[in-house]
Design a protein around this ligand. Structure first.
Ligand SMILES: Nc1ncnc2c1ncn2[C@@H]1O[C@H](COP(=O)(O)OP(=O)(O)O)[C@@H](O)[C@H]1O
Ligand SMILES: [Mg+2]
Length: 273
């Protein structure tokens, strides 16, 4: 089933300076899609359009086949959780618990029920021991996990991560990658749209959309996108580790395409990277 459908979307902040140009794509329910592209290519603008913070100049956005308009935006917004790049900009609570509670308070949920929900999602992201801590004392990765718990606690059907890992260290990045995989196992119908510069993270997704100057430059499975060194070079991206390894072995005459052991080899070599 189509969860998000974008048709011929056009947007400009300033007249005659189009930022999103005739963008069309579909995202199926339960799929995990990454959007990759240079800074300024219109990715965050696209995210703002999807949650109705901006209105398109032309084209349509459908969520569950419902056209996003002034009238439907409230209902549609409830289905979408958004996590931004800078964790410090999304904290409002004095403690981690208050912070996760923030969105729930707006929903007028009873106290006891709220605590139950908060515990569940703090656990979900491995932050249950930090509920009484001050958010400012957490590491970047922990902050993003709390932000994700806050978004998940509202029961969204779609999660949009806008460079949620880009300010994190490698440990924080891999924590969030694991969390994405766990969220999917936990709730297979959750649709995830992740805007990211992290090729290892994007490599895990079902599909990749590459944006360039407000347009979709390429769309496909991670293997297709990342096997093209030309595309990667033009985007200033590296090849994901596992593909690079395969590629190098192949150029040495060792064909590992069929090897099931490669993932294991990669696990062993990973720390050497
Ligand atoms: N509020 C705004 N007003 C005017 N121009 C903006 C605004 N926000 C972003 N832009 C411009 O739109 C372009 C795309 O920005 P953005 O969507 O943030 O790109 P990305 O997320 O891919 O880095 C950039 O050239 C940026 O300067
Ligand atoms: Mg951005």
């Amino acid at each position: 089933m189509k969860k998000i459908s974008v048709k011929n979307l056009c947007f400009s902040y300033v007249k005659d300076e189009p930022i999103v140009k005739h963008v069309s794509f579909n995202i199926h329910e339960g799929s995990y899609v990454s959007i990759v592209g240079h800074n300024g290519s219109g990715k965050s603008t696209l995210a703002r359009l999807l949650i109705g913070l901006l209105a398109p100049d032309d084209g349509e956005i459908y969520i569950d086949d419902e056209l996003l308009t002034n009238k439907t935006v409230r209902n549609i917004r409830k289905k979408i959780g958004l996590v931004f790049q800078n964790p410090d900009n999304q904290f409002i609570g004095a403690t981690v618990e208050d912070d996760i509670a923030f969105g729930l308070e707006n929903r007028q949920i009873k106290r006891e029920k709220m605590h139950e929900i908060i515990e569940k999602f703090a656990k979900r992201v491995g932050m249950e021991d930090f509920l009484d801590k001050e958010p400012s004392r957490l590491s970047g990765g922990q902050k993003q996990r709390v932000a994700i718990a806050g978004a998940l606690s509202l029961g969204p059907e779609i999660i949009i991560l806008d460079e949620a890992t880009s300010m994190l260290d490698p440990k924080g990045k891999s924590d969030i990658k694991e969390l994405i995989e766990e969220m999917r196992k936990d709730n297979p119908s959750l649709t995830i749209l992740s805007i990211t510069h992290d090729v290892e993270e994007a490599f895990l997704s079902d599909e990749i959309i590459i944006m360039s100057k407000g347009e979709i430059a390429f769309k496909g499975k991670p293997e297709e996108v990342f096997s093209n060194r030309e595309v990667l070079k033009s985007l200033n991206l590296e090849m994901p580790f596992i593909m690079d390894l395969k590629d190098r072995l192949k150029s040495e005459g060792i064909n590992v395409d069929k090897s099931k052991d490669l993932d294991e080899i990669a696990e062993v070599l990973w720390p050497l990277k």
